[in-house]
Design a protein around this ligand. Structure first.
Ligand code: PLP
Length: 380
């Protein structure tokens, strides 16, 4: 039996999404910038997809731009805002995804201030407000749902604080789009980012919501596609796939969130019963406060962490030791290292999708129990 529980890294493509995409590889292969019939058909597919996405996120189609994914969307928003609005101060946290963190670290200016986090990885809104009071007109970049520990930010609260101090608010919503009903009229954000492969769409396709009052400076220059924000011939099939995947996610959200929450709840219960002393990273063990697709556990077997992941893999269970990007490097997760400073940790992240079953959970928990027994036997 093979079990895939690494859906925060990527999700399997929904077959209905593939069906929607295929005609744009076969017959409707035109370039959306061409004015002939082939081109017009491709243009129509792109614009229909934009309308679909905008309707689901409750915003105007003119606020939606298609990109190559989450990383590009984060870069366009952060670097674009800084350049266009002459931002002198940026506020963020050290547990953002590398798409944000490494972008900020690469900046020579402006100054970046990282908010303090409590032991569970939560920010202090009073500190955010104090910093903005001293530095109005800042750029604040805070992710909505953390991909490693599942913490969820109160977007409305953060957004209204930013608004009060005339600041720009970018949120990496890669892990929450398609999982929660994001209403961009309600949430006071100037930029939000999505990535299709996190909600059963194709890899290499993303969406960027921009609503900052005016055109922002692009990162790259070219033929003017996506109203100059992201020039380059559009990935038509990918865009169609993204819209279809989001449509399915929105339509089935209640059903799938219930199903996935049930699996996560079962895993928490079964892990507690099977592995005494098990702890959860961030707030991921709390069903009310965390992303229902992510469960990050912290185990006592600290000196054998790579062995545990390796053995889970041998048992055909695909999970992550942190983020997908960090797992290959064996450097450990910057998020876990940040919230458990100095402490040795063994983290396993399980992340679920609509394709998982209770059997997957049973299999993963019993395999983990067996592996931990072997690891502690080896240690003695
Ligand atoms: N932001 C978050 C929170 C993510 O989880 C990811 C992907 O792991 C990204 C950004 C990057 O998205 P992409 O893989 O589409 O570039």
């Amino acid at each position: 039996m093979s079990v895939y529980l690494d859906n925060a890294a990527t999700t399997p493509l929904d077959p209905a999404v593939l069906d929607a995409m295929l005609p744009y590889y076969r017959d409707n292969f035109g370039n959306p910038s061409s004015t002939h019939a082939h081109g017009r058909s491709a243009r129509s597919a792109v614009e229909t997809s934009r309308k679909t996405v905008a309707e689901i996120l409750n915003t105007a189609p003119s606020n939606i731009y298609f990109t190559s994914g989450g990383t590009e969307g984060d870069n366009i928003a952060i670097l674009g805002f800084i350049q266009t609005f002459g931002i002198e101060h940026v506020i963020s946290t050290r547990i953002e995804h590398h798409a944000v963190l490494h972008t900020l670290e690469a900046l020579k200016t402006p100054e970046v201030c990282y908010l303090d986090l409590d032991a569970q990885g939560n920010i202090d809104f009073d500190q955010l407000e104090g910093l903005l009071r001293d530095n109005p007109g800042s750029l604040v970049t805070l992710m909505h749902a953390n991909n490693e520990i599942g913490n969820i930010l109160d977007l409305e609260r953060a957004g209204y604080i930013c608004r009060e101090y005339g600041s720009y608010f970018h949120s990496d919503t890669v892990q929450s789009i398609g999982k929660y009903p994001l209403d961009l009229q309600k949430y006071p954000v100037h930029a939000a980012v999505g990535s299709a492969h996190k909600f059963h769409g194709p890899k290499g396709t993303g969406l960027l919501y921009l609503n900052a009052g005016g055109k922002i400076e692009p990162l790259i220059h070219g033929g003017g596609q996506e109203r100059d924000i992201r020039p380059g011939t559009e990935n038509v099939a990918g865009i169609v796939g993204l819209a279809k995947a989001l449509e399915i996610a929105a339509h089935d959200m209640e059903k799938h969130s219930k199903l996935i929450s049930g699996l996560k709840e079962k895993m928490i219960r079964d892990l507690k019963a099977t592995i005494p002393g098990i702890a959860f990273n961030g707030v991921s063990g709390n069903m009310e406060e965390s992303l229902y697709t992510v469960l990050s556990i912290n185990l006592p077997a600290k000196d054998k962490k790579n062995m545990v992941l390796f053995k889970l893999d041998l048992d055909h269970i695909s999970v992550s030791g942190g983020s997908a990007c960090a797992s290959g490097a064996l450097k450990g997760s910057h998020v876990i290292n940040e919230i458990h400073k100095g402490a040795e940790n063994m983290t396993v992240r399980f992340s679920f999708s609509k394709y998982n079953t209770p059997d997957d959970v049973d299999h993963a928990v019993s395999s983990l129990r067996r592996i931990l027994d072997q690891v502690s036997l080896t240690r003695e």
